[in-house]
Write a protein that binds this ligand. Structure first.
Ligand code: FES
Ligand code: ZN
Length: 312
């Protein structure tokens, strides 16, 4: 297999594009796809400060690497969930990556600030760990970005993540979530950071290859709480479809985005809709659709049920 661009030995075939690339051309391809996402979706510019939510995994560390390489002002934010050895390993990867490149890193420690790790908090409020994790991360991502003066919050979600999430939402007809499935979620009111996913044009295996080719030391293990998660099943199903029929994932997700864009022209934008219902939480001031935001509700419940949690 030869690289389509330079005819050198290819390291990765990309059937959905009928192509293959050698190491340097693969990096160029990945960076070009991310750059295209950023500019076409008007995510941010070179003068914006971007906060990248990093987990220590291949996607978020690659995203940080790519944005820096492209000349964007990207810094890192890590939430330490306090999941034993997994959190220790992932934090070490993040610190090593940012330290070696002189990238500013902000860290939020759940055990210090919420008084308990994610597993203990989920037990206290009797909710699935991943759902509590989602609430906490969304809250801290937004709050940290806004408080530290970043224009945008970027996450490492890739094409596989977005296509599997779409499949899950469609299978259960969770149409209320479809509006938020785009690669750019605007800052709909003050106190609400713009959220972007610059890797949405790239498949997971393309990013994994980028990370390996560029010697990014990332944590390979998935979060221990993700075992048996539905998303992994949806990813597996989409991968099977993809291997039989290359381009399926892309057609599914990008087709959805194209329809969403066409529809948006005929109805009020999500920003206008959100502005009508979002207002500051009476406890913490973060934007919410209810009187109290879901983070404050969760922490109040944890405080009631156990002595461990002491919300800040
Ligand atoms: Fe959130 Fe594992 S529980 S990443
Ligand atoms: Zn609140």
């Amino acid at each position: 297999m030869r690289c389509r661009k330079c005819k050198d030995r290819a390291v990765l075939g990309i059937p959905r594009h009928h192509t293959a690339f050698c190491k340097p051309c693969l990096s160029d391809f990945v960076c070009a796809q991310a750059e295209r996402a950023v500019t076409e979706e008007k995510m941010f510019t070179k003068t914006d400060r971007v906060l990248v939510a990093v987990s220590g995994g291949k996607d978020s560390l690659s995203l940080l690497d790519i944005l820096r390489r492209l000349g964007y002002q990207a810094d890192a934010f890590y939430v330490d969930l306090g999941i034993g050895e997994y959190s220790r390993q992932s934090k070490a990867r993040v610190e090593h990556f940012t330290g070696a490149r002189g990238i500013p890193l902000h860290v939020h420690e759940l055990k210090e600030d919420e008084g308990a790790g994610i597993n203990e908090l989920a037990d206290l409020v009797h909710r699935p760990t991943c759902s509590v994790c989602g609430t906490l991360k969304r809250y801290h991502f937004n709050r940290t970005a806004v408080e530290l003066g970043y224009h945008v919050l970027a996450t490492g979600h890739n094409l596989d993540d977005e296509a599997s999430r779409l499949l899950g939402n469609v299978l259960h007809w969770q149409t209320e979530y479809l509006d938020k499935q785009g690669p750019t979620l605007p800052a709909s009111m003050e106190g609400f950071a713009k959220k972007v996913k610059p890797l949405f044009r790239l498949a997971e295996r393309e990013i994994a290859a980028y990370a390996i080719v560029n010697k990014i030391d990332y944590i390979v293990e998935e979060c221990p709480n993700s075992k048996g998660a539905k998303m992994l099943l949806y990813k597996d199903i989409l991968n099977r479809l993809e291997s039989e029929s290359p381009g399926t994932k892309q057609a599914f997700y990008w087709g959805f985005l194209a329809k969403q864009e066409a529809e948006a022209k005929t109805r009020p934008s999500m920003t206008e809709n959100d502005q009508a219902v979002l207002h500051p939480c009476i406890t913490c001031g973060q934007p919410t659709t209810a009187e109290t935001c879901s983070y404050c509700k969760l922490m109040a419940r944890a405080k009631q049920t156990g002595p461990a949690a002491t919300p800040s």
